[in-house]
Ligand binder design. Structure first.
Ligand code: FES
Length: 113
């Protein structure tokens, strides 16, 4: 898929692939207004909502341990792949589809796969 076709299909560019490989994380504001966090964990890409499912506070900047992100507020731990979390969160963290298109990391607002 070309970048132009990807944009038409609703994919949102985040950053060059090399940048995510170096930094390990990036963030983007989606057209819906929701903020999305993108991670590169040992070469695998994950995209999750920046809004914790517990009290709707930001998890951006929360510590990452493997494929787990920890909410800095009340310490719920979320699996980046599934969004499944630990207490006090009762609902999973929203996940998004993520792909590399023409060397650019892109996310899609459809639920992650
Ligand atoms: S706001 Fe994230 S665990 Fe409470």
């Amino acid at each position: 898929m070309t970048e132009r076709a990807a944009l038409r299909a609703g994919w949102i560019p985040v950053c060059p692939t090399e940048q995510l490989a170096t930094d390990g994380r990036a963030a983007v504001d989606l057209p819906s207004g929701e903020r999305c966090l993108v991670f590169n964990v040992e070469g695998a890409l994950y995209a999750v909502s920046a809004t914790c499912s517990h009290r709707a506070l930001s998890i951006e900047g929360g510590p990452v341990q493997g494929t787990t992100i920890v909410c800095p507020w009340h310490k719920a731990r979320f699996d980046m792949a599934t969004g499944k979390g630990t207490r006090p969160a009762r609902e999973p963290l929203k996940t998004f589809a993520v792909a590399v298109i023409d060397g650019t990391v892109c996310v899609h607002e459809k639920e992650g796969e």
